[in-house]
Ligand binder design. Structure first.
Ligand code: ADP
Ligand code: ADP
Length: 232
């Protein structure tokens, strides 16, 4: 479902260059929950941002759902990006919009008819357990509730892939577990492919099928979670 081929990302200019990713290869199968773990500065957030081309790789190919995103024009890329939802560490909600409008936003943007938006948003709010909070603003919500809004918004365009950028790092352990449980539930129910990055082993061990360890811009170890972390 996701394939990164020989991805290199270099930041900076002639004066100061940082190689964040260096010839990185990664393959995530349809329907799995794949975790990438590594220390700060290892290249995790660059990696995840390269998948929907929020960050353009300097070299290499990004494939999602059998399509090479790195070969697309602007318009086609916009179209393909709808198949890729994303959630963030700090939620990235619109603070002056209600829960309902935050979730509706991606659909409003593409001109979806109002009755369809309403039906979809109602479904999503019930999926994430926020049906009683639709008229609240983000500031009136707990961290876990904000991330639930983030998840509902990410699912609004029926993506095939969900990218999670340190999605539980700002949450306490109990809330983290409830969000992970929700992600697992969504994965199992809809077959949604999930790629997450984290620096927390607990996150990997509780929901991931496979894991890759990233170090200095490259994958140094990869496999089923039980194998990678039970080696002597
Ligand atoms: P992680 O998410 O694992 O902490 P990052 O992908 O954020 O790692 O960073 C990888 C490397 O790239 C680090 O050395 C970081 O300083 C550098 N880097 C990340 N973003 C930028 C940027 N916008 N400009 C310059 N260097 C960056
Ligand atoms: P308008 O043409 O004024 O945008 P809408 O039917 O979109 O009319 O509704 C106006 C506002 O009411 C929306 O921006 C949204 O905040 C809220 N709203 C609409 N439908 C719902 C709903 N099912 N649940 C909660 N709030 C809703």
């Amino acid at each position: 479902m996701i394939e990164l081929k020989q991805i290199t990302k270099i930041y900076g200019n002639k004066k100061k260059r940082t190689t964040a990713l260096s010839g990185l290869n990664l393959k995530v199968e349809k329907g799995e929950i794949f975790g990438v773990i590594g220390h700060s500065g290892a290249g995790k957030s660059t990696l995840i941002r390269c998948i929907n081309l929020l960050e353009r790789p300097s070299e290499g190919e990004v494939w999602v759902g059998g399509i090479e995103l790195t070969g697309l024009g602007k318009r086609e890329l916009q179209q393909q990006r709808r198949k890729i939802g994303m959630i963030f560490q700090h939620f990235n909600l619109l603070s002056s919009a209600t829960v309902y409008d935050n979730v509706a936003f991606p659909l409003t943007l593409i001109g979806t008819p109002k009755n369809q938006i309403r039906k979809k948003v109602d479904e999503l709010l019930s999926l994430v357990g926020l049906e009683d909070h639709r008229s609240k603003y983000p500031a009136q919500l707990s961290g876990g509730q904000k991330q639930r809004v983030g998840i509902a918004r990410a699912l609004a365009s029926d993506p095939d892939v969900l990218l999670c950028d340190e999605a539980t790092s700002a949450l306490d352990p109990q809330t983290t577990d409830s969000i992970l449980k929700l992600l697992l539930d969504i994965n199992r129910r809809f077959g949604l492919t999930i790629l997450l990055i984290t620096h927390e082993m607990h996150v990997i061990q509780s929901i991931c099928d496979r894991v890759a360890v990233i170090h200095e811009g490259g994958i140094v170890e990869e496999g089923p979670v039980t194998e990678v972390f039970l080696k002597p």
